[in-house]
Design a protein around this ligand. Structure first.
Ligand code: AMP
Length: 592
């Protein structure tokens, strides 16, 4: 039977996939890369470059390089590359031809038919131009399908009942959101919205500007004005940005980035995810407004959506997940690589047309969210029992993620790392899966001493938890087996008992907070202040437990317990009463 390949012809990147034995197989290049940057160029000798080599020369040789040609598809225009001009279809044909050749090489026989995807908002002229590009590349384009349709097919090709999906696609240069209805392999786009000038490239620019401003303040030199430094830095910030989707902070280290008065200048900076997110939040809020518009146009409400699917490399940004989750009250799906799922869906469509069997795509994922207990807020109320997710459910395995926390009191000696599984904001309603104490922290540190917690979860469900004091590198770790199956609390009494031995607590007081803590202004100011001070006092008292005598420790534990109950009941009078008592003993011990 003839193979019909599926091609995602993207603005920034393209990819090709085919179905073999009912499963999608991405076609990779000799270096093992499934993604082909959608960039075409000529080198200094006039030889054709496609993909990464063309991308590499894009900034330094723009006159010989063409990128983002998809934006011009369907226009009666020409682009210049070297000494010649080309129609947009001709440039797209070069990309398609490269992908076709890859497929031919891997299959060992000629490939001549393809399904190609286009954005839902493409008009007839743009679709026709895409079809022409395919033909110029020597492909019979058996169907042009919408990108959200392709993404839906890969998630729901075999759904029997009617499902409504929201496909949120945030790539390098464009954003679109579509509401689609799937039933028995038939997909209908109900509505579509987007912004053709919004994507990861804008995030890179924002981060670049931020880094350059900081560098300018320190060295009095604007790196944006030096083309080679700018282009090097742009690549570095893009890499850093990608890493920030998995880690709470990354180091940017570019040696010899520039020169002043004959002396080399190095760029060394820490980038924090929360600061980066502040930069891009206004742009992401724009995408959420498009989501609302798409729902309105489809005459649907958030509750009518069965599944949210994330597509496009930039949708890996954790803030995207958070904003969508709070807007639509459900966890988005990203188990299938968001860079590849459109090409995979196109291949599924190809196989359906060819009459091949297509099984559902199985990926190993975390069925539950894994995270730690910390000091924070639950529904606007300060709490010691805030669940801080680190690996959210539906994440493909293996997965590595880290988050940054900080100590609550000056001179804090230890932090307690309690790992939970579940979806509730309050850890007491989730499953405790294990815990340990990182002891021996730098006692000269003020409150806010940074503690990095990293989760490494492998395919066998083994979770490695590492806690690191960033200033000293002090580290401790714990391995938890079967972290992806449903945990039973009874099996973990041992770990709980070990923690209780040190801190003697009923529900394990917290000694680190999410860094920095976002405050939600729900409670009246007086109550907020009282609860926050009480929580701070609990952290202080906990810090003293290890050095208190047995009798004092006993009393402290009792008072902590009573104060926790008072906080849980939001009883201001009880909070005041137990706080006073606990304060007395804390002052007494601190003076002793
Ligand atoms: P696409 O156009 O769908 O191929 O998406 C490309 C965009 O996704 C580029 O702006 C990339 O920098 C961005 N991207 C890729 N991986 C990540 C990641 N892990 N986190 C954030 N953005 C990413």
């Amino acid at each position: 039977m003839e193979t019909i390949i599926g091609i995602d012809l993207g603005t920034t990147n393209s990819a090709v996939c085919l179905i073999q034995n009912g499963k999608p197989v991405m076609i990779k290049d000799a270096d093992g890369q499934a993604i082909l940057p959608s960039v075409v160029g000529l080198d200094s000798q006039g030889r054709l470059l496609v993909g990464q080599p063309a991308r590499n020369q894009a900034i330094l040789a723009p006159e010989r390089t063409v990128r983002s040609i998809k934006r011009k598809m369907g226009q009666d225009t020409k682009v210049t590359m070297g000494d010649a001009t080309y129609a947009p279809q001709e440039i797209s044909a070069i990309i398609l031809r490269t992908l076709k050749d890859r497929a031919t090489q891997v299959l060992g026989r000629p490939v001549s038919k393809a399904v190609i995807t286009v954005p839902a908002f493409f008009n007839e002229t743009q679709r026709e131009a895409t079809r022409q590009a395919g033909e110029l590349a020597g492909l019979e384009v058996v169907r042009i399908i919408n990108e959200p349709t392709a993404a839906s097919l890969i998630y729901e090709a075999t759904a029997d009942r009617r499902e409504r999906l929201l496909v949120y696609d945030l790539g390098g240069g464009t954003f679109d959101v579509s509401i689609v209805q799937v039933e028995g392999g038939v997909v209908e786009v109900l509505s579509s919205h987007g912004d053709t000038q919004l994507g990861g490239d804008d995030f890179d620019e924002l981060l670049l500007n931020n880094v350059c401003e900081r560098f300018k303040q320190e060295h009095g030199l604007d790196l944006r004005e030096i083309p080679t430094a700018r282009s090097r830095l742009l690549q570095a910030v893009e890499e850093a940005k990608k890493q920030l989707s998995f880690d709470a902070c990354v180091a940017l280290n570019e040696e010899f980035i520039a020169e002043r008065d004959g002396a080399p200048l190095h760029l060394k900076m820490e980038l924090y995810r929360n600061e980066y997110e502040d930069l891009i939040e206004p742009l992401l809020k724009k995408t959420i407004r498009c989501v609302d518009d798409a729902l309105d146009d489809a005459h649907l409400h958030a509750k009518d959506i069965d599944k949210i699917i994330l597509v496009g490399g930039s949708s890996r940004t954790p803030l995207v997940h958070q904003l969508l989750e709070s807007q639509l009250s459900q966890t988005p799906h990203q188990e299938i690589d968001p860079d590849l799922c459109v090409a995979m869906g196109a291949a599924v469509q190809g196989a359906l047309i060819a009459g091949d069997d297509v099984g559902s795509v199985l990926v190993d994922i975390t069925p539950h969210t894994l995270g730690v207990q910390c000091k924070g807020f639950i529904h606007g109320m300060p709490s010691l029992f805030t669940f801080s997710p680190i690996i959210s459910r539906n994440t493909a395995l293996p997965a590595t993620r880290s988050e940054l926390y900080s100590t609550s009191v000056e001179g804090q000696k230890a932090v307690q790392v309690n790992v939970y599984q579940g979806e509730e904001a309050d850890v007491r309603r989730n499953q405790f899966v294990g815990g340990f104490v990182l002891a021996g922290l730098d006692e000269s540190a003020d409150e806010g001493n940074e503690i990095l917690i990293r989760f490494d979860l492998n395919l066998d469900g083994i979770l490695n938890v590492t806690a690191v004091e960033r200033s000293t590198g002090l580290e401790d770790r714990l391995t938890i087996k079967n972290a992806i199956t449903e945990f039973r609390a009874e099996g973990h009494e041992e770990a709980r008992a070990k923690l209780a031995e040190i801190f003697g607590d009923r529900t394990s007081p917290v000694s680190a907070s999410r860094h920095p803590v976002a405050e939600e202004p729900h409670l009246p100011e007086a109550e907020r202040a009282a609860i926050k001070e009480a929580i701070h006092l609990i952290a202080k008292a906990t810090n003293l437990l290890t050095e208190a005598g047995e009798e004092d420790a006993e009393e402290i534990r009792g008072l902590i317990e009573q104060l926790e109950d008072a906080i849980a009941n939001q009883s201001l009078s009880d909070i005041g009463h137990y706080r006073e008592k606990l304060e007395d003993i804390v002052f007494y011990l601190q003076d002793a």
